[in-house]
Design a protein around this ligand. Structure first.
Ligand code: PMT
Length: 406
């Protein structure tokens, strides 16, 4: 979503300017072209060279002394930008923007911008609560600026309370929301499963797999950004649930079965990115299994196949997407799963390939369609793949609706 986007990062003079370095770096790592614009006060806290090194681009600090003889930098930057984020935004900067003052590059640039602008105020709590600052924030909201409320916690001045700049990851999420394509999933109910189920052996041990949940969480996040009402049924992961989704935490395959199958009749789309254990220990020991001489033989019994059950119950308008994690015979296995589980789409990843499958931030998949088509996709970030899959699911939904009407 951020790849190739031109983002202006305005940095004003507050101690939280150091966190803007992390934000600049995170945006650049995700492929955005970041133009940092600093006020004079911001340069007291962080050197422009830091941002130049992190973004690989010149940093803009002046209306008049500009790199490469750029005589109207504010107009050029404004015309190219997809989004601007001001982090941190000081009380002084907010006041200038609220009243249209333009006495340096950043404030002048802001008046020329036509793209969405995200303001991230950060200051001492008393300053933040001052009626003048509250009034300016309200005025800016009414003008259409997007404002991230500061977080509460320990402030650099030693006080506790609201005023902290939100964490760069949270600002990044908000930026991605603002850059999201059209809300083409508004009114659509999407259920996503993620993570690897855990099948207990005794109170301290379980059988599981290498799923990190990244693929499923990326799908849930992307669908929510596009306006869907998302339910994420997740086995344990180390990830934070995406904002705005209904989050259902499960541990075992049987728990996942219950939560998914009971919700299925109300869903329009189900995407099963979870790695579900096919087997579970037949007996779960009540106490920790003790070490003994010789070998230990575990007896396993089959778990229910959730996707198979969904395929059996599927209504004509519902779209069912399965994943397949394969280490050999990808094509044959994928086709068999697609057919047996009555899927509209099967996304197969060869998990032996570097960058694909378990744990990576990227994935490389082949998409199998019921009519026999196969579409290989190149290696790409899981976030991007999530959007590609949602584009395909949208087309399938359109086809199904047209067929139903015709
Ligand atoms: O979580 P990550 O680290 O990001 O890794 C992503 C991933 C590799 C887990 C993901 O891309 C993926 O391939 N998920 C499916 C893994 C898997 O369990 O594949 P499978 O071939 O065993 O199962 C096929 C399909 O049936 C899957 O959609 C699975 O959710 C479903 N299934 C399987 C068994 C079962 N008892 N019930 C099911 O519903």
């Amino acid at each position: 979503m951020l790849g190739g986007k031109r983002i202006i990062l305005g940095v004003t003079g507050g101690i939280a300017a150091y966190k803007a370095c992390e934000l600049a770096s995170a945006l650049s790592r995700r492929g955005a072209l970041v133009d940092v614009v600093m006020t004079r006060a911001a340069q007291e806290f962080v050197r422009p060279l830091t941002f130049a090194a992190l973004t690989g681009r010149p940093v803009h600090t002046s209306l008049f002394h500009t790199p490469g003889g750029d005589f109207v930098p504010h107009i050029r930057l404004a015309s190219e930008a997809d989004l601007a984020v001001i982090a941190p935004a000081t009380a002084n900067f907010l006041a200038k923007l609220a009243w249209g003052l333009a006495d340096d590059l950043l404030s002048t640039l802001l008046l020329a911008l036509r793209c969405p602008v995200l303001l991230c105020p950060a200051m001492n709590t008393a300053m933040l609560m001052h009626p003048a600052v509250r009034a300016n924030l309200q005025r800016l909201r009414e003008m259409g600026y997007h404002i991230m409320e500061p977080a509460a916690g320990h402030l650099a001045c030693g006080a506790q309370g609201p005023g902290r700049l939100p964490e760069p990851e949270e600002i990044l999420e908000r930026i991605a929301d603002l850059l999201a394509p059209q809300k083409d999933y508004r009114g659509v109910k999407v259920l996503v499963t993620a993570g690897g189920t855990r099948e207990p052996l005794d109170p301290v041990r379980f059988i599981s797999n290498r799923s990190s949940g990244k693929m499923g969480y990326a799908l849930a996040r992307a669908a929510a950004r596009r306006g869907a009402a998302v339910t994420l049924v997740s086995a344990p992961t180390a990830l934070k649930p995406p904002k705005g989704v209904e989050f259902v935490s499960v541990e075992t395959a049987r728990e996942m079965y219950r939560e998914v199958v009971s919700r299925f009749p109300l869903q329009d789309v189900v995407i099963k990115a979870a790695a579900v254990a096919d087997y579970r220990p037949r007996v779960v020991a009540a106490q920790k299994i003790k070490k003994k001489e010789g070998t230990l033989i575990l007896e396993l019994e089959k778990n229910p196949d959730i996707l198979f059950e969904l395929g059996r119950q599927k209504l004509p308008h519902q779209v069912l997407v399965g994943f397949a994690a394969e280490t050999a015979d990808l094509e044959a296995n994928a086709r068999e799963k697609l057919e047996k589980k009555n899927l509209d789409l099967l996304v197969a990843n060869d998990v032996t390939r570097p960058g694909a499958g378990f744990g990576w931030d990227t994935n490389e998949v082949k998409i199998f369609y019921p009519d026999g088509r196969v579409q290989p996709l190149p290696l790409m970030p899981k976030e991007e793949l999530a959007h590609r899959l949602l584009d395909i699911v949208r087309e399938i939904r359109t086809l199904k609706t047209t067929r139903a009407e015709g």
